[in-house]
Design a protein around this ligand. Structure first.
Ligand SMILES: *Cc1c(COP(=O)(O)O)cnc(C)c1O
Length: 297
């Protein structure tokens, strides 16, 4: 099986709103496989290829209890018939998150690392194990190389700006590798712009792309989701039928609307938002909080 058999890619680009003579289109990577969703497939693809080439029978990776990366890896490995092991940050919980339950259902073996010693243990474990290791969040050159292929799904000349949510910075680095004239804007979903910028630069020794990180849209930090953010997600869905996830894409859409409202973009700007998926994370919320979950139910 080759990596292209893994999922079907059906991105849809359509206008969601026009205000102040600014057009917004969305690349619907969330419409890929519901579990190996969005940018995770792109970040994983060359690691998977490499593992297969090296004839590895097991893939090990790392992530938090709500990690989209962990489930995506589990799903991809299952499809490819490779055993997967996930090291989870934090003690083994009594009640597994929806994400962890899904990972287990997909055949992933879970190991729990204490929060205090996670960083050190992650490093030690990576050194000791003989299976193929994919770094946490897919962060690394192969991850960025995979993310750089996202640009194959649109014609850059049609847009002045490309906007994407940023976690580890792997996707942003990948996009920056491929983009030539459009300005690339990353919206961090966690605090620490300087560290993030360094992480992106590390994967991007040279680039002609103009990229920037715009902070202030973290809503309190990683995976924080005050009621106002959930309200926004519901309103957006009712208006556009676009489902967003509470960790990444809701913050991206909100930031874009705010920036447009505050005249950040010149008249006539044409924006492309990368909907990077992640909808499985919404299932960790109580059902009545959102009027949709993945948009496909
Ligand atoms: C993981 C993820 C991101 C962040 O990607 P990075 O490469 O880690 O910056 C953005 N959106 C969604 C939906 C994700 O799951």
């Amino acid at each position: 099986m080759t990596h292209t058999d893994l999922i079907t890619i059906d991105p849809v680009i359509r206008p969601i709103f026009s205000q102040k003579d600014i057009s917004v289109h969305v690349l619907r990577l969330d419409k890929c496989d519901p579990v190996v969703s969005g940018n995770k497939w792109f970040k994983l693809r060359f690691y998977l290829e490499d593992a297969i080439k090296k004839n590895k029978k097991t893939i090990t990776t790392f992530g938090g209890p709500w990690s989209n990366h962990l489930v995506a890896t589990a799903a991809a490995c299952k499809k490819l018939g490779i055993k997967s092991v996930g090291y989870v940050r934090g003690e083994k919980p009594e009640q597994f998150s929806h994400t962890l339950k899904t990972a287990v259902a997909l055949g992933m073996e879970l190991q729990f690392l204490s929060r205090d010693t996670y960083a050190v243990e992650k490093l030690e474990t990576s050194k000791q194990i003989t299976s193929y290791v994919i770094p946490e969040g897919g962060y690394g050159q192969l991850g960025a190389k995979g993310a750089s292929t996202i640009t194959e799904f649109f014609n850059e000349d049609q847009f002045t700006h490309v906007l994407a949510a940023v976690g580890t910075g792997t996707m942003l680095a990948g996009l920056a590798k491929s983009l030539k004239q459009a300005t690339l804007i990353g919206i961090p979903v966690l605090k620490g712009k300087e560290t993030l910028a360094e992480a992106v630069k590390y994967l991007l020794p040279t680039t002609t792309c103009t990229w920037t990180l715009l902070e202030g849209y973290e809503w309190g930090g990683y995976a924080k989701h005050p009621p106002e953010l959930l309200d926004y997600m519901n309103q957006l869905f009712v208006a556009t039928q676009i489902p967003t996830d509470l960790v990444y894409t809701a913050k991206l859409f909100y930031a874009t609307e705010q920036l447009a409202a505050n005249d950040f973009f010149k008249k006539g700007s044409r924006l492309l938002l990368i909907h990077s998926g992640g909808l499985q994370g919404n299932q960790s919320l109580e059902k009545e909080k959102l009027c949709f979950t993945t948009g496909n139910e």
